[in-house]
Design a protein around this ligand. Structure first.
Ligand SMILES: NC(=O)c1ccc[n+]([C@@H]2O[C@H](COP(=O)([O-])OP(=O)(O)OC[C@H]3O[C@@H](n4cnc5c(N)ncnc54)[C@H](O)[C@@H]3O)[C@@H](O)[C@H]2O)c1
Length: 416
């Protein structure tokens, strides 16, 4: 089997090196994004791939004391049986990304990390997600016991691998929308509801978030699911001195919206309508084909235009599952706008991307930045990370460039 020869780009290029060892605890390990995260960390750490796509390897972010990729250990929870190597092969076969020689060169890392995967938790997931599960999942007794089991898995992982820090990152399937409930509004009421084993109360993403934050681990929600976006969990994060960030990685069509809408505004071009049609395959596409799960995604994709433009043009967002697309996504956007003397014009773009290849570097960037924040004693919602999210917690600013400026201003404060 041919192996890659190191090193196209010297490993560590643009990265601050430290001796710390850190753990990435991924929820939904054998999904496309998580598997691509694992492949990416191993390939870059071994000097087999360049750091293209990782914003933390470029100035000014590279000036922060971030964790080196060869000091990361991967573990996590899944509701499906499997291992990283087989999952990566499957993705290669279906989506034509990675390469067999690359996967052979990092097989030892992937196999070792597969040994860190534990059965996940599945509560109120709905039939579309439940059908993925092929092993016994938590909670098998009470909600509280399920939380303790999740925490024990992470603590054992930390001890076994002598890790200085661990971060939980939710990259599991998108859950349906959970409406606001009185129990969400204070930690006291939430704790009481958990103790009463009210299982209908929270989706899995929020129970994972609770377990992580309560045990003192930072939490990132890369999905549109509820996660830690309820007041009670934000309160818990402050109380436990834990930083949190979310929701829903901004990787494709929404990234373009956030970058293009400020241009229309700056030139006083009035956006009359913005229609976005998205087609995608793979597991994410399959889950989003369920109208309940789809509505979570549409909500995060559709909210940003009025926030940037200051008025609400007619918008339409559609997401359709097209099986043959596998891990690839096409977005076609039609923007109808009025210019000088009320003349109507059109801009159209087509975005063709590989979903997991777009998402994985953001997950790695975010985890490195949030681990850094945790070491600095930051807690609660990290609003300066808004540029990475479609629906950033605690932020109403959706202009991509203003969000990036906020991140850069944070970096200059850290450096001062
Ligand atoms: N560009 C992108 O790919 C992108 C951008 C933003 C957000 N996201 C979000 O990231 C998530 C993952 O996307 P993907 O393409 O990897 O999806 P996927 O379907 O390939 O993977 C999801 C994985 O989560 C697992 N899972 C589901 N519920 C779980 C639970 N309760 N506990 C543990 N594991 C569970 C599934 O078994 C599956 O392996 C989705 O929510 C997606 O919307 C992706």
């Amino acid at each position: 089997v041919p192996t890659y020869s190191p090193c196209r780009v010297a490993f560590g290029c643009g990265m601050s090196q430290t001796n710390r060892r850190v753990g990435f605890w991924l929820i939904g390990c054998f999904g496309s994004v998580s598997t691509t995260v694992a492949v990416g960390i191993a390939a870059i750490a071994r000097g087999l791939m360049p750091t293209t796509g990782l914003s933390t390897t470029l100035p000014p972010l590279a000036s922060l004391e971030l964790d080196s990729l060869d000091h990361i250990v991967v573990g996590g929870h899944e509701i499906r049986k499997g291992d990283f190597y087989s999952a990566a092969h499957e993705i290669h076969k279906k989506s034509q990304i990675f390469s067999i020689p690359l996967l052979e060169s990092i097989k030892a890392d992937l196999d070792s990390w597969s040994g860190n995967i534990r059965p996940g938790l599945l509560v109120n997931a709905g039939v579309t997600i439940e059908q993925f599960s092929d092993q016994s999942v938590r909670p098998n007794n009470s909600l509280r016991a399920g939380i303790l089991a999740i925490q024990k898995d992470i603590q054992d992982f930390q001890t076994r691998h002598h890790l200085d820090q661990v971060i939980m990152i939710n990259i599991a399937s998108t859950e349906a929308i959970f409406k606001d409930r009185p129990e969400y509004h204070s930690l006291e009421t939430l704790n009481a509801a958990i103790d009463q084993d009210k299982r209908e109360l929270l989706p899995s993403s929020s129970i994972y978030a609770y377990a992580s934050i309560e045990a003192g681990y930072a939490f990132i929600n890369f999905t549109p699911s509820l996660g830690a976006s309820i007041p009670a969990l934000q309160q818990l994060a402050i109380q436990r001195n834990v930083p949190i960030a979310g929701n829903d990685g901004k990787t494709g069509e929404t990234l373009l919206k956030a970058a293009l809408a400020p241009m229309f505004l700056a030139r006083n071009l009035q956006v009359l309508s913005w229609v976005g049609h998205n087609i995608l395959g793979a597991g994410d596409g399959q889950v989003l084909a369920d109208p309940a799960n789809k509505s979570s995604k549409i909500q995060t994709k559709d909210a940003i235009l009025p926030a940037i433009l200051g008025y609400k043009p007619q918008t339409h967002v559609s997401i359709e599952y097209i099986e043959s697309m596998e891990g690839w996504k096409t977005a076609w956007d039609h923007i109808h706008f009025a210019g000088f003397l009320e003349t109507k014009m059109t801009m159209q773009f087509t975005w063709q991307g590989c979903d997991s290849i777009l998402a994985a570097p953001l997950v790695i960037d975010l985890a490195r930045l949030v681990l850094h924040a945790h070491r600095r004693g930051e807690s609660g919602v990290l609003d300066y990370l808004a540029c990475y999210f479609k629906s950033p917690q605690g932020v109403t600013e959706h202009d991509f460039f203003k969000q990036v400026a906020k991140l850069h201003s944070y970096i200059s404060q850290v450096e001062r």
